[in-house]
Design a protein. Structure first.
Length: 111
């Protein structure tokens, strides 16, 4: 497989993933959208957790108090399909800003 520095479009990404042979055997179909949704979900979850951690660190440095206060689910419609996110929150802050507050669809869905 030729190595590429950057993937510039969806078709190129699909070709690279096909070359990776993610199916159980050569005849098994690979659900690229599923893998894409799972990867995006993982990245967003990590970013939201990081946002909460940074916020709580800042709160502690300022001598204020706040703490984690569970999470709630939010659906986000992407070009790869709908994903359900667990959005972490604190008493005074939510990590939803990572996916733009109250946004339910990525911009490529509307175009």
């Amino acid at each position: 497989m030729a190595q590429r520095a950057t993937i510039t479009n969806y078709a190129e990404a699909v070709e690279i993933v096909k070359e990776m042979n993610l199916g159980e055997n050569d005849n098994a179909p690979v659900d690229l959208r599923f893998h894409g949704r799972e990867a995006l979900k993982k990245v967003l979850r990590e970013k939201m957790d990081n946002r909460i951690d940074c916020y709580l660190s800042g709160v502690a440095l300022r001598g204020e108090s706040d703490r984690r206060n569970g999470s709630y689910t939010r659906n986000l419609l992407t070009a790869m399909g709908s994903i359900e996110l667990e959005v972490s929150r604190c008493r005074k802050f939510s990590a939803l800003s990572v996916i733009n507050a109250y946004k339910r669809r990525t911009s490529d869905i509307d175009h």
